[in-house]
Design a binder for this molecule. Structure first.
Ligand code: BGC
Length: 859
């Protein structure tokens, strides 16, 4: 059966009465929409993204393949890899019955303190747009909808539900909207409106959803709210907001039908929302004859396959080995070699006798950032395991943490706790009624429980119970996380009890990462105790409950001395440093770029002990690097995903080149950063006063010197930039090619990311000193010259005119600059823009690649 067209879905609207239509527009549950048998529509399942596909459960029982963080993906500057990873995400989505993946995140790195920095791609709109578009194409090629989020201005987390972001019109179009326009050009099927306001209007009610999104760009997909983002009735009913998530409650569920009947909400607006939902359903295969059998919430959506839809039929999930190989390749492709004095890297295993691996992150590697993007891996290859595997039978590997264990309690896990019922590794979770009688019990593998596997129903309490054997004597820090009445008992003695009322509306703080309530408890090594945490389950008290512990404070000097001795005794030291779950997470911005306590001192001490030291940074976004000029080799691994260790070892031992180039400028110290603040003023407004000058543009304007420029990253060979050839004069709005000849002047084959920037002196309008307008990657053998053909979008020479509310190109000469980073551009040439009307220029507008038809709405 051929794909159902818009013409065929249109009559379905007539089969729905007002109540049916309104019902479809609010979620049926946290992750699902309603189905509607009258039109053969089954429920759609939505899921986070972007580090993997979580599915409908939020815990360790349903594992996911974990990709490197979006910062790492953007660092690859490799759209083919991005498309392949998108296809992997689609495969995961189908495996889990997910129709709509809530990714990619297209907000920008305005400040390095942004809490979701790791989840966004870049400080540059062009790199963000191209990276996002490539991922979207990959996801949707698998019949799964991608969602460009959060539209728009959600570039930081402080007061994210209410902050009123003020962006001038030109900057809004040229910088913050641009990646979303690229997503629409790539044919994205869904866009998520942000929580925040822009220009005084909350984004779920914003006129920007109509213009430019739907009317000017021709977006014909669905605008889904951020979770809980529809907070008013009439403004959002009339706006371009189409679907309110989650459900079943919410302003639309409560009042939209009455508003419609009273003529307060326009019927055409509601029809358009439903039309868009049906179109999305058609695209993912949730509409049509064979969708009819799919009703009922227990039927996985993925069993309904593609006939009558945009979803390719019977496509099997990606084979596990192929998936792991792709994830491993992504680690080296995104790893950025910031510094490599004397060519310390790559290390030759045959020439090594011993390696000292140092740092808690070498064993407890951070593979992803925190918040809604979090997924649960089946396995993690740690950096230590990767190095050991690579050197097996060749060289000896010693490991020293170099720091005492973290004082921050960690959720109990399989390694430290046993279920008191059967002694199995893990914990016992019970739901209890008000009298303490058991309603439900289950074995779990982690002391962090976002939801028990059955609905709480009549339960009054949730309990986490475990047998715990302390590894050492002393004062342990115990913690219970969550809201409401909380208690903790150790061997029957109450250690903690209190009432903790909700202090936030933010879903992440309420449901996912609630605060920990801590208490010190004296414990004796090897004496097993029973620990029982309880939390009341009142409505509005969030879903997560956490039982966590940290050992007694250790001796920092002794830990560092052990690491130093190991480094001194080894041929090479590899120190892995990084951030914590608390510092990089959704829901709050970072307070500081500093590495958590003790790590800077550890790096300095190890480098002093062994000049052949490689420092690996395990962070999703920038950290301060006060010692960066003292370390010979500095490798940025980001949050590398589940195959971290093997991918890292590939780079360290030269099996792969470090392919990454910085998607964001890194400062040596926080005080140097030109655009830093993320907090609104007392009036609730956050002014983007710097206009378009963020990232490298801000550094260029301020004249400051970052530690490493946007675009920077070393491979294992060297390159000469030989010649840049500009095109003939160009007509406004027309794309053109810039040719850059480079020569591999090093000793091994390599890949170079050739970047082209644009500048204009003596311009009538204010402009950045220069801005990226295109890039292309080339590969060459030693001694070989190759020409990178850099395609430049027709929009590149234009600027947004607030007077005309449109794009225009200033005629005359522009300077093209070519090189390996925003701070190193050895080649220049001129390109002349001819006078003439602008032909607008960006992409091709939205379209459905699967069926090729264009909807009447798009015109
Ligand atoms: C986040 C979104 C996410 C949603 C569902 C929100 O708090 O901002 O990015 O998709 O939750 O988890």
């Amino acid at each position: 059966m051929a794909a159902m067209t818009d013409e065929e879905t249109e009559p379905l609207l007539d089969k729905l009465d007002a109540a049916m239509k309104v019902r479809l527009l609010t979620g049926a549950s946290t992750w699902r929409t309603y189905g509607e048998p009258a039109v053969g529509l089954r429920p759609l399942t939505l899921s986070d993204g972007p580090a993997g596909v979580r599915g409908e459960t939020w815990d360790e029982r349903e594992t996911s393949l974990v990709l490197p963080s979006p910062t790492a993906l953007a660092a690859s500057w490799d759209e083919r890899l991005l498309t392949d990873l998108g296809a992997l995400l689609a495969s995961e989505a189908r495996r889990k019955g997910v129709d709509v993946l809530l990714a990619p995140t297209l907000n920008l790195h305005r400040s390095p303190l942004g809490g979701r920095h790791f989840e966004c791609f870049s400080e540059d709109a062009l790199l963000t747009g191209r990276t996002g578009a490539a991922l979207i194409r990959g996801i949707q090629s698998g019949g799964v909808a991608a969602t460009a989020k959060h539209f728009v201005g959600n570039d930081a987390e402080t007061d994210r539900l209410t902050v009123d972001v003020r962006i001038d019109e030109r900057t809004l179009h040229e910088v913050y909207l641009a990646p979303f326009e690229d997503a629409v050009s790539a044919g994205v099927w869904a866009v998520m409106s942000a929580y925040n306001k822009v220009g005084g209007v909350t984004m779920s009610a914003s006129p920007l959803l109509d213009r430019p999104l739907k009317e000017d760009w021709g977006f014909d997909g669905l605008v889904v709210s951020d979770w809980g983002g529809v907070r008013a009735l009439l403004e959002t009913a009339r706006s371009g907001q189409d679907l309110a998530m989650p459900g079943p409650d919410g302003p639309w569920a409560a009042g939209l039908l009455a508003a419609l009947e009273q003529g307060l909400a326009p019927a055409e607006a509601v029809d358009d929302k439903v039309r868009r939902l049906l179109r999305l359903a058609r695209r993912v295969g949730a509409l049509g004859a064979d969708g009819l059998g799919a009703f009922g919430s227990d039927r996985p959506a993925h069993r309904v396959n593609g006939t009558g839809s945009g979803r390719p039929a019977h496509r099997p999930p990606m084979a596990p080995d192929a998936a792991r190989a792709l994830l491993r390749r992504a680690v080296s492709a995104g790893a950025v070699l910031l510094r490599n004095e004397g060519g310390l890297l790559p290390l030759d295993p045959a020439a090594l006798g011993s390696v000292a691996v140092i740092g808690p992150h070498a064993t407890a590697v951070r593979i992803q950032g925190g918040g809604s993007a979090e997924v649960f891996p089946e396995h993690v290859v740690t950096p230590l395991a990767g190095v050991e595997r690579a050197l097996e039978g060749v060289a000896s590997v010693t490991y020293r943490p170099g720091l005492p264990p973290s004082a921050r309690p960690q959720p109990l896990g399989r390694d430290r706790a046993r279920d008191p019922r059967d002694g199995e590794p893990g914990v016992l979770v019970r739901l209890l009624d008000a009298h303490g009688a058991e309603l439900h019990a289950e074995h779990r593998l982690s002391g962090r429980i976002v939801e028990p596997s059955v609905p709480a129903g009549d339960a009054a309490l949730v309990e986490i119970r475990a047998l715990f054997r302390p590894t050492e004597s002393g004062r342990w820090t115990w913690a219970v996380g969550g809201w409401g009445d909380i208690s903790l008992a150790v061997d029957g003695h109450e250690a903690l009890s209190g009432t903790f009322p909700l202090d936030s509306d933010d879903p992440t703080r309420v449901h996912v990462a609630p605060p920990l309530r801590t208490v010190g408890v004296e414990m004796t090594a090897d004496r097993e105790v029973e620990v029982v945490a309880r939390r009341s389950l009142a409505p509005g008290s969030g879903v997560a409950t956490v039982l966590a512990a940290a050992p007694p404070a250790g001796d920092a000097d002794a830990a560092r001395a052990e690491a130093v001795a190991a480094a001194r005794a080894a041929d090479v030291a590899v120190v892995v440093v990084g951030t914590t779950e608390q510092s990089e997470s959704e829901g709050h911005d970072r307070e500081s770029l500093d590495l958590p306590e003790g790590q800077d001192a550890l790096v300095r001490a190890v480098v002093r002990a062994n000049p052949r030291t490689v420092v690996v940074v395990n962070a999703g976004g920038p950290v301060a690097l006060p010692w960066h000029e003292r370390v010979p080799a500095l490798l940025l691994a980001w949050f590398p995903g589940q195959e971290a260790g093997d991918g890292l070892a590939d780079v360290l031992f030269g099996r792969a080149e470090p392919g990454g180039r910085l998607p964001t400028t890194w400062a040596a110290a926080q005080d140097d950063v030109p655009v830093l603040g993320t907090a609104p003023g007392a009036d609730g407004r956050l002014h983007y006063a710097e206009g378009p000058h963020i990232g490298y543009r801000a550094w260029l304007r301020s004249g400051g010197a970052p530690a490493y420029w946007f675009g920077h990253g070393l491979g294992y060979t060297a390159w000469e930039y030989e010649e840049l050839t500009a095109p003939e004069p160009v007509r406004p709005g027309e794309p053109f090619d810039v040719r850059v000849r480079v020569r591999n002047s090093g000793r091994r084959r390599g890949r170079e990311v050739v970047q082209v920037y644009l500048a204009r002196s003596g311009s009538a309008v204010e402009r950045p000193v220069r801005g990226l307008i295109g890039y292309a990657a080339v590969e060459a053998e030693p001694g070989e010259s190759v020409v990178a053909v850099v395609r430049v979008d027709g929009r590149a020479l234009a600027h947004w005119s607030p007077a005309r509310h449109g794009w225009e190109t200033e005629p005359g000469a522009f300077t093209l600059l070519g090189g390996p980073s925003a701070g190193d551009l050895p080649l220049t040439a001129e390109v002349v823009a001819l006078p003439g009307p602008d032909s607008a220029g960006k992409g091709s507008g939205n379209g459905s690649e699967h069926d090729g038809e264009r909807s009447p709405l798009m015109l």
